[in-house]
Design a binder for this molecule. Structure first.
Ligand SMILES: *Cc1c(COP(=O)(O)O)cnc(C)c1O
Length: 419
């Protein structure tokens, strides 16, 4: 049952079956957990052939798939999961990792070398920020951040003024940015990448799509080369697994998978199996979460103890961002941040009085979560930068879950009353 063979099935229709053959697993309707480190070859000749393809010694013959060798190279739970993830983003290939951070760092290590320039959007996830600003400079990579409110000319000038424009190798984008929901035009980044490309050595654009993917933003369709996920968030969706994924063209994924093989940071078979289970309900979970988030955002907007709400569905229709939002997003998502009137004391009072929502970092799960970015997820960022990015003491971040929306709103309302 391949998409497009007879009927063009939507990804959600294929999440229970795509890539899995029951006849190879005693007829089991669900893909079992292939908890094995190594795979038996039928003959020595077959083993040789598998290695030739795996190590790129020769091209695969027509219809020849990479045979199963050893679970650091490939495993059915990972391969089937990767095939299924490709459907949402319209990607040629995918690799899953033991965490979102290992997906991101593997991409950065594969496509950057000493002397290169990395351009990245600010803010990015705290762990990513640390790797970019603490680790990459140690191996001689130059890094340069740009803010979401800068236009193409301003970013172009920033690159030129850095003096490293000729060495630009990768543009790394996180949109919407965590925790402020500020958005970046992916097509603008692609246009910048083209401008700085010389000859065959293309400047690549990589997008962390954790906040909106894989349902509501498809970076590859806007010209990005690589899309990355913390699969811990919406893809996993139940706060019970840490994992990551990267999707791209077959050619670029060949390089990323080779580095994964040698770093050994692939996901485990059990993680692969858990994520396949999660993918079956991905769409209904995310749609319910977005529906609930919209109700919550509207409630917060009208609440006297709330100063400002950061939510894609509230972007002003006459702003430049509205055009980007309409072009790049299929939903306003399920992440809502807001400023309480006051500061840390008022924000903490709210957080400490929640009864249904959990006070925890992470996002995208079935249960609603609340946290204080300035002292939690973004605690490590330079105080001046933090202020500049709008991550102030009064900011609270909510990840909206699948509970009944009136119960979530009841909880928020009673906790705001305690301020
Ligand atoms: C959580 C997160 C990461 C890191 O992923 P882990 O699975 O925790 O390693 C990266 N980017 C974003 C946007 C995230 O929210």
């Amino acid at each position: 049952m391949k998409p497009g063979s007879k009927h063009n099935f939507k990804p959600e229709s294929l999440m229970m079956s795509h890539g899995y053959k029951p006849e190879l697993s005693e007829g089991a309707v669900k893909c079992p957990i292939f908890q094995t480190s190594t795979f038996v070859f039928k003959t020595a000749e077959e083993g040789k052939a598998h290695f030739e393809v795996a190590y790129g010694i020769r091209e695969a013959n027509e219809g020849e798939e990479m045979g199963l060798i050893y679970s650091r190279l490939n495993n059915p739970d990972l391969e089937i999961l990767e095939d299924r993830l490709c459907l949402w983003d319209g990607a040629e290939a995918c690799a899953v990792f033991e965490s979102g951070m290992s997906a991101i760092t593997t991409v950065l290590l594969e496509f950057l070398k000493p002397g290169d320039l990395l351009l990245y959007s600010k803010p990015v996830y705290g762990g990513t920020d640390h790797f970019i600003n603490t680790f990459l400079p140690k191996i001689g990579v130059h890094v340069l951040g740009f803010k979401p409110d800068m236009n193409q000319e301003e970013i172009d000038a920033l690159i030129k003024n850095s003096g490293w424009g000729d060495h630009l190798a990768l543009i790394y984008v996180e949109t919407p940015a965590n925790p402020t929901n500020s958005i970046i035009d992916i097509e603008m980044c692609v246009s910048l990448a083209q401008k700085y490309t010389k000859g065959d050595d293309r400047v690549l654009v990589a997008v962390d799509n954790t906040y909106m993917g894989p349902l509501w933003q498809h970076p590859l369709k806007h010209g990005a080369d690589i899309v990355m996920y913390s699969a811990t968030k919406y893809i996993g969706g139940h706060s019970d697994v840490i994992a990551g994924a990267v999707l791209s063209s077959a050619a670029l994924m060949g390089r990323i998978k080779a580095l994964r093989t040698f770093l050994g940071n692939m996901a485990s078979p059990n993680t692969g199996w858990l994520l396949m289970r999660s993918l079956e309900t991905l769409k209904i979970r995310m749609e319910q979460q977005a529906f609930n988030a919209n109700k919550v955002a509207v409630f917060l907007k009208n609440h006297p103890k709330v100063e400002k709400v950061y939510y894609l569905g509230l972007i002003q229709e006459d702003s430049k961002n509205y055009e980007i939002y309409k072009r790049q997003y299929l939903s306003s998502g399920a992440m809502v941040s807001f400023d309480v009137k006051g500061g840390e004391k008022e924000a903490f009072r709210f957080l400490n009085n929640l009864k249904l929502m959990k006070l925890a970092v992470s996002l995208g799960s079935t249960e609603s979560l609340a946290e204080h970015p300035a002292t939690m997820t973004h605690a490590g960022i330079d105080p001046v930068e933090k202020q500049d990015m709008g991550i102030t003491d009064k900011l609270v971040r909510l990840s909206i879950g699948v509970e009944y929306y009136e119960d979530i709103i009841w909880d928020i309302n009673q906790a705001l009353d305690e301020i």
